[in-house]
Design a binder for this molecule. Structure first.
Ligand SMILES: [Zn+2]
Length: 98
């Protein structure tokens, strides 16, 4: 089980308190009518699925209820960083405090 650090509550909590929200930093095209069907389909349906470091959204459903982002290594399942929604992804994720 993952221990996920919520940047709003300021503590690590078990994974069962959270809900996964998919890939982080997916940007909606500002004018959907101006993009091609292929670009719109990419935005709606296609996400990266890397083997390695990945930024993803989580929601603390049994805690503060807020969305935030986590950088996780999908190979080791270790969380490298967590940060508030709207903040940029850390350039060089540092090991999360344990
Ligand atoms: Zn929280």
């Amino acid at each position: 089980m993952l221990l996920i650090p919520c940047p709003y509550c300021g503590m690590e909590r078990p994974e069962i308190e959270f809900r996964h929200g998919g890939e982080a930093h997916v940007v909606r095209p500002p004018d959907p009518s101006a993009v091609t069907d292929e670009a719109w389909t990419d935005y709606l349906y296609f996400r990266s699925n890397p083997k390695g470091v990945y930024a993803e959204r989580w929601r603390h459903v049994s805690g503060c209820g807020r969305f935030f982002n986590v950088v996780r290594d999908t190979v080791s399942d270790r969380i490298l960083a967590s940060y508030r929604a709207g903040e940029p992804r850390p350039a060089a994720p540092v090991e999360a405090r344990r």
